[in-house]
Design a protein around this ligand. Sequence first.
Ligand code: FEO
Length: 173
Amino acid sequence: MTLNPKLTKLLNEQINNEMASSYIYLAMAAWFEQTPYSGFASWMFNQSREETMHALKFYQYVVDRDAKVELETIAKPKTDFKSPLDVFQQSLKQEQKVTQQINDLFEVAEQVKDHASKNLLLWFLNEQMEEEKTVRDMLDRLKLAGNDPASLLVLDREAGSRKAEALAEQSAT
Ligand code: FEO
């Protein structure tokens, strides 16, 4: 079954959206590297890698469906932040935006009755739910920690190990 042209265009846009996400998280990691928060830096670095993997998953899908991949310019990310809380608030907004993009893509796949694409997009929708939840949990705890350096450093240490564990689990499956 040939990939519908509108769906092909949107899937190509999603390759770009995921690469842009990867760049946004890399900029967040770089910002954290200039602070004492090496755990948050590693969280954001790993998140950036995950977003690149998402882009490659969309890329491979377009290739496998025998459609043409069209790569576009990746937007320059924001590089300055106020605090760990500010970074995670922006991370949540970014994930909510991506969820909306994938939801819109799913609707188009449904309109053109492309069940294989719906299947791929369902995987992404589940992934988005997980990602939003993880970021929301960290945000709640950052709000509790406020400006207390000791609490922030505890969260930083946890952030460093938790994300690494999640990635190790992913690569083992
Ligand atoms: Fe691939 Fe978290 O968006």
